[in-house]
Design a protein around this ligand. Structure first.
Ligand code: HEC
Length: 156
């Protein structure tokens, strides 16, 4: 009796999982890098720092996210996609060139703060990929400081 009920429940769960795959297929975005507006291209960021930012921030803050395989599977996809879309609304490294000077300075400030405080990348990302090391955080903070100094020195 118990075995039968368990089998029934498991079958229903499985069917439920199959069915929700068809409910909503979140749209996946993968635009080519637009060198005119991309932050790394505009600021001439290269090497280790660029790799670090592109691998740890671009999934949620650019038009070139690298979707992990599990992000196509409902219900995980509903959750990962929500983060990816919301992150992009707040800060999009692919649209850097369209930001005003004031906005750039503010976003750079926030990047330094969020990274140094360990709030970014989001925990949902660090569970899978691991946290940033102190050296990596410092690399980002130093870069932010130097870019803010450059912005401040620009006249306009
Ligand atoms: C898993 C997705 C994800 C990853 C990876 C991620 N972010 Fe975010 N980020 C978000 C979301 C969602 C928000 C908006 C909600 C919040 O602040 O928690 C956000 C907000 C921010 C903000 C605040 C913007 C503002 O103006 O308030 C900054 C700055 C930021 N992220 C920087 C980064 C940096 C730098 C990295 C890489 C080191 C990174 N994020 C990686 C999802 C992500």
């Amino acid at each position: 009796m118990f075995k039968k009920i368990m089998k029934y429940i498991l079958t229903m769960l499985f069917l439920g999982l199959v069915v929700i795959q068809f409910i909503s297929r979140p749209e996946q975005l993968a635009e080519p890098i637009d060198a005119e507006n991309d932050m790394m291209a505009l600021l001439g960021v290269n090497g280790e720092l660029r790799d670090l930012i592109q691998s740890t921030c671009y999934d949620c803050h650019s038009n070139q996210p690298d979707y992990p395989w599990y992000s196509s599977i409902a219900p995980i996809s509903w959750w990962t996609n929500e983060h990816m879309e919301h992150g992009r609304e707040e800060l999009n490294f692919s649209n850097w060139g369209t930001y005003s000077k004031r906005r750039k300075d503010h976003k750079l400030d926030e990047i330094g703060e969020e990274v140094s405080a360990g709030k970014m990348p989001l925990p949902s990302y660090t569970w899978v990929h691991g946290k940033l090391s102190e050296a990596q955080k410092k690399m980002i903070q130093d870069w932010v400081d130097s870019e803010r100094a450059k912005l401040a020195a620009e006249d306009n």
